[in-house]
Design a protein around this ligand. Sequence first.
Ligand code: PNS
Length: 165
Amino acid sequence: MPRYTDAIYPGSFDPITKGHEDIVRRTLDFCERVIVAVGHRATQPKQGLFAIDERVEMIEAVFRDEERVEVAAFSGLLVDFARERDVHLIVRGLRAVSDFEYEFQMALMNRDLNPEIETLFLAPDARYSYLSASLVREIASLGGDVEKFVAPVVKERLLETLRGR
Ligand code: PNS
C-alpha cells in the first residue's frame, strides 16, 4: 500500500509565485492531497514582506477552486509538522544547480530527524526556472510588472502592501 497519498509542500511563500503553483499542480498529478505549509527559515529574520497569515490567505485564494489543496502555517520543525499530520512525503521544487546544495542538505537532515519521511524534488516548468519570490518582491518594489510571475490576487496584494510602505 503506497504511503505517499498526501504530500507536504513547505516553503516561505513570501509571496507564492507561479513557480510554486506549478509545483503544487505537478504534485496533484500523483498525490491525492497537497498541504502547502508556510514556514520560515529559523536562521533568517521572521519578518518578511508579508505576515504568515497573509501568505496563507494568498495561497488559499490562488487554490480556491482546488479542494485537494490545504494551506497551513507551521512554526516548529518541518518533520514535526509532518508527523502531526501523518504525512510521509515532502515535495520541493529544484530550479537550478544553485538550489541543489541547500536542498540536498535539508533533505538529508530531515531524513536524519525522521527516517520515515521522504523528500521528492520536482523540476518546475522551464518558464519558472529563474523565478523566485525574492526577485518578485524586488521587481515589484522597484515598480516593475510582475504579472507574468504571480497570480492576479498576489499582484494586487503586492501593490497594496508596497504602496502602504
Ligand atoms: O521557501 P524556503 O525559504 O526555501 O523554505 C524553507 C523552509 C521553510 C521549508 C525550511 O526553512 C523549513 O523547513 N523550516 C522549518 C524549520 C525546520 O524544520 N528546519 C530544519 C530544516 S532541515
